[in-house]
Design a protein around this ligand. Sequence first.
Ligand code: WTA
Length: 689
Amino acid sequence: MLRTLRLIPTLSRANMHSTAHNFGAAQARLKEPEDCLAFNAEFPGPCHYHQLYEESLANPDTFWTNIASQLHFKHKSDKGLEYNFDQRKGDVFVKFMDGSITNVAFNCLERNIFRGLGDKIAYKWEGNADGDYESITYNELRTKVVEFSRVLKNRGVKKGDVVGIYLPMIVELPIAMLACARIGAIHSVVFAGFSSNALAERLRQSGAKTLITCDGFYRGKKHIPLKSIADEALMICKNINHSVESTICFEHLKRVTATGAASEVAVINDEENWDNAVADSKEVSAPVEWCQAEDPLFILYTSGSTGAPKGIVHTNAGYMTSAYYSMQVTFDAKPETDVYWCMADCGWITGHTYAVYGPLLNGMTSVLFEGIPSFPDYSRTWKIVDKHQVSKLYTSPTAVRSMMAHPDHMVKDYERSKLKVIGTVGEPMNPCAWKWLNEVVGEKACAIVDTYWQTETGCHLLTSHHTAVPQQSGCGNLPFLGISPQLLDDNGKKIRGEGHGTLVVDRAWPGMMRTIWGDHKRFIDAYFSPYPGYYFTGDGAKRDDEGHYWVTGRVDDLMNVSGHLLSTAEIEAAIASHPMVVEAAVVATSHKVKGQTPYAFVTIPDTAKFSDKIVNEMKAIIRKKIGPIAVPDIIQFAPGLPKTRSGKIVRRILRKVADGEKEANLGDTSTLTDETVIHELWVNRPIKL
Ligand code: WTA
């Protein structure tokens, strides 16, 4: 039976009136912005790619400020892009329209409402259970955002304060993000699949004093007791000398269909309860806080190849401009007719830019999906595409690989005639996944757009602009407008024309990160010291003589599991915290669905004690410290690890073991300290390889 859930209480005539009245008042206060342009039908789309690309590099200030002029600024300075990538010339910095004043939430909501989009659906929420559904219009979304801004104000949150958000894919997640943006608070969303330790660490690092969460949710049949994980994180915070002063907890479970047994009942006290908090703050004033162009909008943590996760900082004007524009160009956005669906979780950058800010800035109608592609079965994605007549879909190679392992009728039973663009992100697109998307899903009538970018870049860096790049499997990508990539050789010299090297960018664009929260030195060390004068992506890439790029993977110690970056160092540190572990090394090995998966080598003092029990204990530690995604498929016993004479672990050899290669293919091992440990690695390799 189709069950309809209501996120928004039915409006009686009386309160409809009062809502209209409230908004009328807001409208009266805020004059309709003159420079808030309607959509320009003449907007040059990707068909003009080459010409536009040249313009974007020749006159970047004009190019980007023209795009920004389609958005609302309370005050505009005469500044464009200002930056320095070379620390030898002074501090590394990036600014866009410095001195201008704007508000991103206003641009996502009020600006659209003033353009007459108030009754347009902003989100079509599809719950984890098939049948749990609700929609919310731009007007309704704004009302909820204002309501929640009042709650934040009532809790003492001020402009510049950091607010932690730990929520699944429910409408309250964008509501909380936008409420922060409205009052100038900085949101720091932590993916709801992260463990209590990971959450605590991110709350401490960001200095968040407020945490927004919910009672729990279902992921397929699995109940995730989010509130209790959040409570555990708050206890951990206390132990690491960080106190979160205020928690707001949304009761989500009472409005969804249970798809499995709840593992525990959430304990929510009165002052934590979201609804109570809304009721208590009705009289509080929470107007739009006009922010400086370079005020931080959000922090998002991403794995670092060494040490703690990095709090990537994005700011208002630049991020907004890039999110708005890249959404339009890459997806050939047609807000009047499109139904767009970004399958990424808002806990990652893809969800920030392309499920929240990009689509809302463009006045799009988007699907927001709480569930997973495999539940109740692998046809779920296509059922949703059919139900909402989705025209633009943004997914990942991992999701595609998991779906293509099932019979084609799971796709073909559902109508996909409106589907025009299918974007992917997170990892390189392998040819058979491309072919499946093209033939089975798209029936050769869709553009398939591989997008390469990063948490740090804020928006797309390389994409297969579908009218500029032939629709062919394995065709390389072109730089996004305004992006100037370069390849460097081992000596840091620019490669001209065709070649393979380290991918860097030689000039700034508006949406790139500005710093690492609380650690500007690390920002410079990680991204600008490796090659002075360039932004270092950490990826390698190939380029052909026509300027098409193929990203070949990380050149540092990060791995890409199901499109999520994980640090080998962080997993190693988690394993090493097991009392029996002497040393651990983790490498990435390829995986049919996940792309890559961690594979660990562990040394303990007594060989005989290496048992399934210990392996499970190690896995439990990783699950707890980082999250399930980081748990290695295999933890192998190693009496010793191969090392260079300077004591560096030789991961090249470990990768060969993990990849199932023959010992004979080892290559030169003469520089290693103890060659006998190498043979042992092959002896101890699990049989199933
Ligand atoms: C990888 C995700 C190849 C890359 C938006 C990058 C890709 C890292 C692609 C960033 C792609 C992302 N082809 N590799 N299309 N997209 N990557 O920060 O290694 O979670 O550096 O941002 O994912 O991951 P992040």
